[in-house]
Design a protein. Structure first.
Length: 366
């Protein structure tokens, strides 16, 4: 049968539609379930990650419409294919749905033949997305081995002529080391983005000194001007590795655009229960309409060669956004055209209560 074993969830606030569609699909071999609200649908997906297709009503009850539910579904279940279901068959609704990750859209009343055709497309797309992610991880992992060989050979060569190298050779070695670090960062960014998208990676919180971490992670970047708020806590509780990688990504990016000889300015301050970090460089400007999409990994499809007015950002910003959100924070851009200057700001949540519990437990154990 066409739908043999395919798991379909219908999310619609009209019980008669849910029952009717479920009955039709079950006659064709589908496994079906329905939810009468977006919240119930999301809960079902959490319990049943094997759902293949969601048929989602655009006009759900007020407070949580279909497009909002679509965004939540794609955030939680990367491979689930969503078909929007609407009584208003308009190109505008269809384009907005597909922009947010829907496979396609159908108009009411339910057309069984159209859905059967879309089933094959949905399953092919799901399988392709899974294969692409698997292939990506294999390729990236395989890149690490030759990179380690290059890095090791590079260090041995440097050691062999360390006593007698000229100034030119010294600059070439420093340039080579920087290139190796950039490639390592790119590989780690790609792997982490893939894992964060699949929810296979979460922030691993630990206690650390924010000031010491900033100073140690940025010691190889020059020129910098770093300022710390006097109200900063001595220690915070967050993911030290993700924080370090976000900070170095943004700093490295800023150094590419800063006016030669001028420093990148970094400030770290307390912002309620969060830590706010700002990374500012002069010499660049990002238009307001581009300040959201520069974090999108698919920007290269919409902007030629991943460029926004001459500025190439790559996957570093995509990684930074996902990592910051995993740490319970936000990231955004502020930019001035007159100066020009650009500031990337991000917050991370500091679990103050958890630190207090740790200190209390440590005191009680003494």
């Amino acid at each position: 049968m066409v739908g043999s074993g395919v798991h379909v969830l219908i999310i619609d606030d009209e019980l008669s539609i849910c029952m009717g569609v479920c009955n039709l699909l079950e006659l064709n071999g589908y496994r079906t379930a329905y939810a009468l609200s977006g919240w119930d649908g999301l809960e079902y997906l959490d319990i049943n990650p094997d759902v293949d297709i969601v048929l989602l009503d655009v006009n759900l009850s007020p407070g949580f419409n279909g497009l909002e539910v679509l965004r939540e579904i794609k955030d939680k279940q990367k491979y689930v294919q969503v078909i929007m279901f609407t009584s208003h068959d308009t190109l505008e609704i269809g384009l907005e749905s597909m922009k947010r990750g829907a496979l396609d859209f159908m108009s009411k009343p339910f057309n069984e033949k159209v859905f059967l055709k879309l089933t094959n497309l949905a399953l092919e797309r799901k399988h392709l997305e899974q294969i692409q992610d698997l292939y990506l991880e294999i390729v990236v992992h395989d890149l690490k081995n030759p990179l380690q060989i290059v890095s090791g050979s590079f260090e041995m060569l440097k050691y062999g002529i360390d006593q007698n190298k000229s100034d030119l050779q010294e600059r070439m070695f420093e340039t080579g080391k920087m290139g190796i670090r950039q490639i390592e960062t790119m590989i780690n960014n790609i792997l982490t983005i893939s894992r964060l998208e699949k929810k296979a990676m979460t922030a691993e919180n630990q206690q650390f000194s924010i000031q010491e971490q900033v100073e140690s992670s940025l010691q190889l970047f020059q020129p910098l001007k770093i300022e710390f708020d006097s109200d900063l806590p001595q220690v915070i509780y967050s993911d030290k590795d993700l924080f370090n990688r976000v900070l170095t990504n943004l700093t490295s990016n800023a150094l590419r655009f800063v006016t030669p000889g001028d420093p990148v300015e970094i400030s770290v301050e307390k912002n309620g229960e969060c830590i706010l970090v700002s990374v500012t460089n002069n010499g660049s400007f990002i238009p307001e309409e581009c300040r959201t999409e520069i974090f999108d990994k698919f920007i290269s499809i919409r902007k030629n060669n991943n460029m926004i007015r001459g500025q190439n950002f790559g996957l570093g910003l995509t990684f930074s956004k996902m990592a910051v959100e995993a740490m319970g924070g936000e990231i955004w851009v502020e930019s001035e055209n007159l100066t020009p200057s650009t500031t990337f700001k991000f917050t991370i949540k500091n679990d103050v209560k958890r630190i207090s519990r740790q200190l209390k437990d440590s005191f009680n154990s003494c």
